[in-house]
Ligand binder design. Structure first.
Ligand code: SF4
Length: 317
């Protein structure tokens, strides 16, 4: 196969998110993380306490964002931060920490609109759980999506309810599927996220999970390897029973990702493959590889195996 025969029309063996983003926006776009002070239903007692066993939310908050600051302040600080680094022209407000639709609709409208009131903010990326999205919120976001880029990222994490139960997730896979279907056809960009290596999931099952999700009306899939982080319930469980966890070696995970890529729907863009916990947080697996280095290895591996996204994808009847 020559380069230009790939359905996404470029010299890349998978439908990569950065290129699809560049096709959509002519200006450089930067995401600014916002911590709006949310919690999650498996933290506040409504569905459980303690949160997901692997979660240490402090690990993904950049220094400039804190719920102690207003949304507008966080946006101004984020713009200052990125202006120093890049000549970004426009921004997306990325509601990232915890479950960013878990609140009263009036409160949600207020904070989303505060973010959109900055003239450089052209859209929202909202990370949340599939069990925290109401019909009225979807109707509201559908309206917003007529004027702004609106993306919802659902943490699906696994298709296996045993795995979800074991991490104290507090929702089933079916709830994720139902919510994705309810979100579809509203002009909202839908992202889904899977963690690879949870208890009760085998690599074979994880590949099937990615294929199953790619058959749903999602636009983007994010994958990452399970990481055991300090100060989490999982860290204790790992210390006591390490055999319960499937922690990939880096080279093995590379092949796993290639297997996923060749079997999933070529229409879904792929945004991420690995996570990198900040220094000092990570217990295992310690790969010591940066995201761009992994992507580089992945490109080479796809050439080596002469494969590409969807090579083995079977269209569902
Ligand atoms: S839903 Fe997300 S933020 Fe909440 S406990 Fe689980 S991983 Fe952490």
């Amino acid at each position: 196969m020559t380069d230009m025969q790939f359905p996404w029309g470029k010299n890349k063996r998978y439908n990569d998110f950065p290129s699809s983003f560049k096709r959509r926006f002519s200006e450089r776009i930067q995401k600014i993380s916002i911590d709006a002070g949310f919690t999650c239903p498996n933290r506040d007692g409504s569905k459980g306490v303690g949160g997901c066993t692997y979660c240490n939310n402090n690990s993904f908050n950049p220094a400039y964002c804190s719920p102690k600051k207003s949304i507008s302040e966080q946006i101004l600080l984020g713009i200052d931060f990125f202006n120093a680094k890049y000549k970004a022209q426009y921004y997306l407000a990325y509601f990232q920490a915890y479950s960013n639709t878990y609140g009263h609709i009036d409160h949600l409208k207020k904070i989303y609109e505060e973010a959109l009131s900055h003239d450089k903010v052209i859209g929202l990326v909202i990370g949340t759980r599939p069990d925290c999205v109401s019909e009225s919120l979807l109707e509201y976001l559908e309206e917003l999506a007529k004027d702004y880029y609106i993306s919802i990222e659902y943490g699906v994490e696994s298709v296996n309810d045993l795995a979800l139960e074991s991490i104290n997730r507090g929702h089933t896979y079916q709830e994720a599927e139902d919510t994705i279907l309810k979100t579809a056809n509203r002009g909202i960009h839908i992202g889904a996220h899977l963690v690879n290596g949870l208890p009760f999931d085998t690599p074979k099952m994880m590949i099937k999970h990615a294929v199953q999700l790619s058959n749903l009306p999602i636009d983007t899939l994010k994958l990452h390897q399970l990481q055991i982080l300090n100060n989490t319930t999982m860290a204790k469980q790992y210390e006591e029973k390490p055999e319960q966890f499937y922690l990939f070696e880096m080279e093995e995970y590379l092949d796993f990702v290639v297997d996923v890529i060749e079997q999933i729907n070529p229409n879904v863009t792929l945004e991420r493959f690995i996570n990198q916990a900040p220094k000092g947080w990570l217990i295992a697996p310690k790969w010591g590889i940066k995201n761009f280095e992994f992507v580089d290895k992945l490109d080479k591996k796809l050439v080596e195996r002469d494969t590409w996204q969807g090579k083995l994808f079977q269209v569902k009847d």
